[in-house]
Design a protein around this ligand. Structure first.
Ligand SMILES: Nc1nc2c(ncn2[C@@H]2O[C@H](COP(=O)(O)OP(=O)(O)OP(=O)(O)O)[C@@H](O)[C@H]2O)c(=O)[nH]1
Ligand SMILES: [Mg+2]
Length: 338
């Protein structure tokens, strides 16, 4: 694994691909490799791209990557598909959509599909992003499909999040799922060549005017909290970021310049208001919480046998044991075995 890390740091693309596979699958030695690489991370600009299936996320990433490459930036792309266990189709599609990037050594594309739990996917995505960051890619796009909690969780690894909408997904406002708007730093109405695009843009702008989240603190509301919220937020007198709405036609490169300007403005905003530090602290807190939760649960399941669980479930069903008493009992069993 050491040799692989060294080769990867010497820009060996095959070593990078192999290291990513090892990290994604949590192979032996992967955690040590990640720990060795960790001091080299934190330099990349991570841009999340999320939205309903087929809205044009990959086409947009392709167009954005080409623009950033023309400006001399190196680009990593992570395409995550939590919805399908066999995302071969989507991955093939991405390969076609992004084929103009093939052969460019300044670009590295990685597709990931669900393996095991969604929590596991979020963990794997963070680790894959870190390896690309350590490898020196300056901008990393993370594309996630859909609009559920899992996509929101994955999008939280990003510093700037693009939410992509397209006309014709049914009722304009209905198409904008609750929760997805709150994570948007930049809103894109792609497929602006299609009828109804102006309505979608107007509906989005109206929704933004109606209610804009005043703080990012709500982002961690469903997670446990290790730190008081005041410690997480940036300076309270910082100006608010109002997400701009940008219309694009990705395959024609139309609107991409405006989108890049919007992204860069958000980046500047994060730096100038010192929100970047606060955001990173939030991300670390969420990650630490997630990792502890997964690790504690894994240890518990290792220490307490399946028979004990079966017995406890039976005793709950026969009303012999209340669910919370069962939890206390299992935890005390676990503590004894530690
Ligand atoms: N007319 C039109 N078609 C577009 C535009 N952008 C993308 N498409 C087409 O829409 C389809 C889906 O584009 P993708 O970029 O794969 O969309 P996606 O959001 O990445 O899709 P998934 O990853 O499967 O969710 C493709 O056939 C694209 O060529 C656009 O601006 N206008
Ligand atoms: Mg895609």
């Amino acid at each position: 694994m050491d040799a692989l890390v060294q080769a990867m740091l010497n820009s060996d693309r095959r070593a990078l691909a192999r290291l990513l596979t090892a990290v994604e699958n949590k192979r032996e030695g992967a955690d040590t490799a990640l720990a060795a690489l960790f001091p080299r991370t934190g330099r990349a600009w991570i841009i999340g791209v999320t939205g309903a299936p087929g809205t044009g996320k990959s086409s947009l990433v392709n167009a954005l990557a080409k623009t950033f490459r023309a400006a001399g930036k190196t680009v990593g792309i992570v395409a995550v598909d939590p919805t399908s266990p066999f995302s071969g189709g989507a991955i093939m599609g991405d390969r076609i959509r992004m084929r103009d990037l093939a052969g460019d050594r300044g670009v590295f594309i990685r597709s990931m599909a669900t393996r095991g739990s969604l929590g596991g996917l979020a963990r794997a995505t963070r680790d894959v992003i870190r390896v690309l960051d350590a490898a020196g890619f300056e901008i990393i796009f993370v594309e996630t499909v859909g609009a559920g909690q899992s996509e929101v969780d994955i999008a939280r690894a990003a510093q700037t999040t693009i939410v992509v909408e397209a006309p014709g997904l049914g009722d304009d406002v209905q198409a904008i799922k609750a929760g997805i708007l709150e994570i948007a730093d930049v809103l894109v109405v792609n497929k602006a060549d299609r009828p109804g695009a102006d309505n979608t843009a107007r509906a989005l702008k109206a929704m933004l005017e109606m209610g804009h989240p005043t703080a990012r603190a709500d982002l961690i509301a469903h997670h446990g909290r290790l730190l008081p919220v005041e410690n997480l937020a940036g300076p309270t007198d910082a100006p608010l970021w109002i997400p701009p709405v940008v219309s694009t036609i990705a395959p024609e490169n139309s609107g991409i310049g405006d989108l890049v300007s919007a992204l860069e403005a958000h980046r500047r905003y994060l730096i100038e208001t010192q929100a970047l530090d606060g955001l990173e602290r939030q991300h670390i807190e969420i990650e630490l919480h997630d990792r502890l939760q997964a690790e504690l649960m894994a240890r518990l399941l290792k220490a307490v046998s399946g028979e004990v669980f079966a017995d406890v479930i039976h005793r709950i069903q026969t009303r012999e044991l209340a669910p919370q008493s069962a939890v206390d009992m299992i935890l005390s069993l676990h503590n004894q075995s530690c």
